[in-house]
Design a protein around this ligand. Structure first.
Ligand code: FAD
Ligand code: SF4
Length: 686
């Protein structure tokens, strides 16, 4: 199968938007400069400008867009919130934004499952489940921004994966549209059952894949990663495991396939009981090498989460700001509930006893109250944005960000990495889900600088190779392959298994239109790096995009360059008017990518919820107006006012905008806490 993306001929380039408008209508297709600029980036290091953006509202929209892409040979990239760190939601053809398909379709509390659309934000979803005492187990740190479609396609995970597993362990079924034009209900089916045979007969790509998996089951078993998490390659391992147990476990194939095998329109998810009481322990170790044994001692207490931050990460986030002792070599954050045979009180006694065995900087800090627990989690949750703000030139660059090793070797891994980066003269943060042996490695680099660029390329190959050969680990635990790891996938799995992956891809996507360049691609990871954006103060960590429109100062001095760029372009995009303090002021039109309830970059504007239906860009602008008058959703108000400030000023940014913004907020939003309060609110959010 050719690795080359589908060909976009010049005449097609000009007509893609027009063709799609004829098929889908005017409202759902955009190819204006601000829109394609906003959708040209995600939270990765890459930039790829698409030809058109489709905002799908129905399954018919998905089917029609895929049919057009297949017939015309145009690449198509499904997209949710755009918070992936790998470049998997940017593409050169059509971006298919499913963010407006954001409803809970069916909830069964007694049996603990839910049928959802892909555009739901995880946090909003969990808020809907809370009154029923339920929640979704996998919890990426990007939970406030990311959406279920992206989580499914990336097999996302998070701190609580230690207890609940990753997305692949929490899915009953997926409804997915294939390039054949068919909809597939991918469920767990009995092997050999007539219904299973009928399904395979109806879907030749599936039948071909299953035949390949049966034929090469021994090869697949022999190459299965031997660590507790893996999100690299296609999960043929899950299919083989299923067949060994007499089932055809179809969701395993599609979860983690990163939009390269089909487009998801629905999923039936397993839910878990939300713990009624939890306890958090923050433990500062004086010696890194003690961490491995301490984790080994704590695991029998069945923690819900075990997170680690290394010494340099603690330096980078600021020890004083987070009360971290100066002599801490590593910090462990452990969370427990009382659901697995031990009461919380018993667990805490045991935690204290375990801690006495080690050389700690001080007694562990224990929190049982929610506010205190959140305080202990604050440093961990604020990590990414803090790193983005650390240095004006050197940015956190995700290229070896997600390795997994056996949990008891994580201290050894941190020691190896610390000395590797010291030798390279590169500042690095190492943190992650230590209970799963999953380390996030985030070096701070200026990729436009020759030394840093060469350090990145050398580190990419050497660290991945070392993780595989010395530690027997995986190159990816939860973030996906995307564009960044695709180059290393054949090296990790070997050519034989990689050839199978390519056959699976070819079976489902013979014209290579589904997200080319992602997962199955030999394009070097250095292609499409967005050097311009990475040299600016904001590198689109995605954290603030849900509350601030582009072109405005971001958090604590962060200026969203992606916002700026699209914002400048959008000045020609049209203006509305909003009455402020009795005066009409210009209100910039709100591109659909940045509505008040938008998640990170390029997500849709509609508010998620039961049967809320779909939103539209003009509707979003109206909602802002309402919000500014005090009638709209609370979340929308700062964004609406901020847009109004921009309208008064007429520029993308202006000196002192923060003060004016603050005053306007004070006038329009009774109870607004002013600049200090604003900052406090931001800190709480981080
Ligand atoms: C600050 C920060 C912290 C993060 N922390 C974590 C973490 O703790 N754990 C973790 O796992 N990840 C983490 N991530 C990465 C990212 O947030 C997750 O992978 C997230 O689940 C992606 O969701 P999204 O909605 O942004 O998807 P997108 O980025 O929009 O898309 C991700 C992939 O899904 C595909 N896709 C989207 N919708 C569909 C669909 N309907 N059908 C088929 N394919 C589709 C896209 O093509 C793409 O390949 C973090 C990112 C940031 C910026
Ligand atoms: S402006 Fe927002 S998106 Fe950009 S780095 Fe700062 S917090 Fe992240």
């Amino acid at each position: 199968m050719s690795d080359a993306p589908a060909l976009i001929l010049p005449e097609k380039t000009r007509s893609i938007g027009n063709d799609l408008r004829r098929i889908l209508g005017l409202d759902k297709v955009k190819d204006d400069f601000p829109t394609i600029t906003a959708y040209s980036v995600d939270a990765s290091i890459y930039k790829v400008v698409p030809k058109a953006v489709v905002t799908a509202e129905t399954e018919e929209d998905i089917a029609a867009t895929v049919a057009y892409a297949v017939a015309a040979g145009v690449p198509i990239t499904p997209r949710a919130a755009g918070t992936n760190l790998t470049g998997s939601a940017v593409g050169e053809g059509i971006i298919l934004d499913c963010g407006r398909m954001n409803r809970i379709l069916e909830l069964n509390v007694a049996e603990r499952w839910v049928r959802v659309q892909p555009g739901l934000h995880l946090t909003e979803f969990n808020k809907k489940l809370e009154p029923h005492g339920l929640m979704y187990g996998p919890d990426p740190s990007s939970r406030d921004m990311c959406k279920l479609g992206g989580m499914l396609a990336n097999n996302s995970a998070g701190p609580h994966t230690l207890r609940y597993g990753s997305v692949k362990d929490n899915v009953h079924a997926i409804r997915i549209h294939l390039t054949t034009g068919a909809w597939l209900a991918a469920e767990v089916l009995a092997d050999g059952d007539p219904a299973t045979s009928a399904l395979l007969a109806a879907h030749p790509p599936l039948a071909e894949t299953l035949a390949l998996v049966r034929k090469h089951a021994d090869l697949i078993r022999s190459r299965k990663p031997k660590v507790s998490k893996n999100s690299t390659g296609y999960n043929l391992f899950g299919l083989v495991d299923g067949l060994d147990q007499g089932v055809v476990d179809l969701p395993k194939l599609f979860v983690g396939s990163e939009g390269t095998l089909g487009v998801i329109s629905e999923a039936t998810l397993k839910l878990v009981e939300k713990p009624t009481a939890t306890a958090t322990a923050l433990i500062h170790f004086r010696h890194l090498e003690d961490i491995g044994q301490a984790v080994f001692d704590l695991l029998p207490l069945t923690p819900m989460a075990l997170e680690v931050m290394d010494a340099n990460t603690l330096n980078l986030i600021g020890r004083a700001a987070h009360g971290v002792p100066a002599d801490a070599a590593a910090t462990l954050l452990a969370e427990f509930d009382g659901s697995r045979g031990f009461s919380i009180a018993e667990i805490l006694e045991r935690v204290k006893a375990i801690c006495r065995k080690y050389r700690l900087c001080q007694d562990p800090t224990i929190a049982v109250e929610k506010a205190h627990q959140e305080q202990l989690w604050k440093a961990r949750n604020a990590l990414y944005p803090t790193l983005y703000r650390y240095d004006a030139r050197k940015k956190p660059i995700n290229y070896v960000d997600d390795v997994v090793v056996p949990a008891d070797r994580i201290a050894e891994l941190v020691q190896y990495l610390s000395s590797f980066f010291k030798h390279q003269d590169v500042n690095v943060a190492i943190f992650g889900h230590i209970g799963n042996g999953n380390a996030h490695i985030v070096p701070l680099l200026d990729v436009s600088d020759r030394h840093d660029f060469e350090a990145m390329v050398a580190g990419y190959h050497e660290i991945h190779q070392t993780v595989v050969t010395r530690f027997g680990g995986s190159i990816c635990g939860e973030h996906g392959d995307g564009r960044v790891r695709a180059e290393f996938v054949p090296k990790y799995f070997g050519e034989e298994l990689y050839a199978l992956f390519k056959q699976v891809k070819a079976a489902f996507d013979p014209r290579s239109v589904l997200n080319p360049g992602v997962k199955i691609s030999t394009t070097p990871f250095t292609e499409h790096i967005d050097y311009v954006r990475l040299s600016k103060p904001c590198a689109t960590c995605g954290k603030c995009n849900s509350v601030l429109p582009y072109g405005l100062p971001g958090r604590r001095g962060c200026v969203g360059s992606h916002h700026e760029e699209a914002g400048r372009a959008s000045q020609q995009a049209g203006r509305g008017h909003l009455r402020l303090a009795g005066k009409a002021v210009a209100l910039r039109a709100v591109p659909q990518a940045h509505g008040p309830h938008a998640g990170a970059l390029g997500s849709s504007a509609a508010a998620p919820g039961y049967g809320t239906g779909t939103g539209s860009a003009p509707a979003a602008a109206r909602a802002d107006g309402e919000a500014a008058r005090g009638h709209g959703p609370a979340q929308a108000r700062p964004a609406a006012v901020a847009r109004a400030v921009r309208g008064v000023d007429g520029r993308a940014r202006m000196p002192g905008a923060g003060g004016l913004l603050s005053r306007l907020r004070g006038q329009l939003l009774p109870g607004w806490r002013g600049r200090g309060g604003d900052r406090r609110a931001e800190e709480e959010r981080h």
